[in-house]
Ligand binder design. Structure first.
Ligand SMILES: [Zn+2]
Length: 143
């Protein structure tokens, strides 16, 4: 059984309860399917404007946290990365794809269970021509 550890859980503090349930169930499915473990990177959960601005300054986001806000600032986004050989890695692409499969399967179940309200799940792995933000998941209100 995989479960998020103490550090990951601290980093998930303030994240919407739908994303907590979704990532917990997807991680449990990763184990059942024999896939890799996953973890939450630093600033992968809810971010303050200051934290978002630091990430912007480092060139890792186009959102400055003040004029352009990230879904991470409202707790409606979470980043999850493969955990291999005792550490998080952005390089195990297959792990991201396996996790995406689990996330969408669990989300479909949560929709069927009537839990998802007016939210749609979006994955950064579909963004651009390269799927440049594979760690990123966010909940967007249906319009
Ligand atoms: Zn993100």
């Amino acid at each position: 059984m995989y479960i998020f550890g103490e550090t990951s859980n601290k980093r998930r503090a303030g994240v919407d309860s739908l994303l907590i349930e979704l990532t917990d169930r997807a991680l449990a499915m990763m184990y059942r399917k024999g896939h890799c473990d996953m973890t939450i990177p630093l600033w992968g959960g809810k971010r303050s404007a200051e934290e978002q601005f630091k990430i912007f300054q480092q060139g890792n986001s186009e959102l400055d946290g003040y004029e352009d806000k990230s879904y991470h600032q409202s707790g409606l986004a979470i980043d999850v990365i493969p955990y291999v050989n005792g550490k998080g890695t952005y390089k195990f692409i297959e792990g991201f794809f396996d996790f995406a499969q689990c996330m969408f399967t669990v989300w479909a179940n949560m929709v069927a269970e009537g839990k998802t309200g007016s939210y749609v799940l979006e994955w950064g792995g579909f963004w651009g021509s390269t799927g440049w933000d594979k760690p990123h998941w966010q909940l967007v209100k249906k319009t």
